[in-house]
Design a protein around this ligand. Structure first.
Ligand code: DC
Length: 227
């Protein structure tokens, strides 16, 4: 049986983590876990109930009522509703950092994330995977890119998905989320001491995927299939 390998990819908003993590997981036939989607789905649930995401107590009060399913095909369900598209809408994006800063919500979602990584090979992306969720991950990547590069990527992604946004709004959103994500008290965004920093500002997706596959091979000895 192939050995179990865990890969943690952390980094700031819109650094292209999910695109490459998904590809790396597909090439290696590992499960991809998008933890950002879980914080987004929780935010969707808070908004759907008409609660204020800035209100910690109200947001945390629904923890027992929120169920979440991440399907292998990438779809995300929250309380049995398909929220795959809804969780990318600007209203969710602009509120998710508040939700992600609440300790009780993080603890509930981290428990789910650890369960998803139990006994199988995963590529998990987020902000605190290498530092907190999977501190013993075999490979830890901290993926960064300039604010301008990241905003352009997020903008292009939104255009493709038909989500109306302006470039200025995306830049502001990226900066604001960087600040909140790295300044929160519990499990803030920061590189794990044993992570490898990968600056993707001047790399295309294929180059980043290959760089990560090389790191995985070097660290674990796993053979990389032709792709
Ligand atoms: O990666 P993303 O943009 O979809 O993440 C959405 C938000 O969730 C982002 O503001 C940071 C937060 N997040 C987090 O705090 N911890 C994680 N493991 C993943 C995401």
């Amino acid at each position: 049986m192939a050995k179990r390998v865990t890969v943690a990819i952390d980094g700031p908003a819109a650094a292209g983590k999910s695109t490459v993590a998904k590809k790396v997981a597909a090439i290696l036939n590992y499960t991809y876990v998008d933890t950002g989607a879980m914080y987004r789905a929780f935010t969707w649930a808070v908004l759907q109930r008409g609660l204020d995401p800035k209100d910690e107590k109200a947001s945390c009060s629904i923890i027992p009522d929120v169920t979440m399913d991440l399907l292998e095909d990438g779809r995300v369900f929250c309380n049995d509703t398909d929220v795959t598209r809804a969780i990318r809408e600007p209203l969710v994006s602009s509120n998710v950092s508040y939700i992600a800063s609440y300790k009780d919500i993080r603890l509930a979602l981290v428990e789910l994330q650890r369960k998803l990584a139990e006994s199988k090979s995963v590529v998990m992306d987020g902000r605190d995977i290498g530092t907190y969720v999977l501190p013993d991950a075999d490979v830890k990547i901290f993926q960064i890119a300039s604010v301008e590069t990241r905003a352009k990527r997020r903008y292009d992604e939104n255009v493709l998905k038909g989500i109306p946004t302006s470039m200025d709004d995306v830049i502001e959103d990226v900066k604001r989320r960087d600040y909140i994500d790295s300044h929160r008290a519990f499990a803030p965004l920061k590189p794990a001491a044993d992570s490898i920093e990968l600056d993707t500002s001047d790399l295309n997706i294929e180059q980043v995927v290959d760089a990560i596959l090389n790191i995985i091979h070097e660290k674990t000895g796993v053979e990389i299939p032709c792709h």
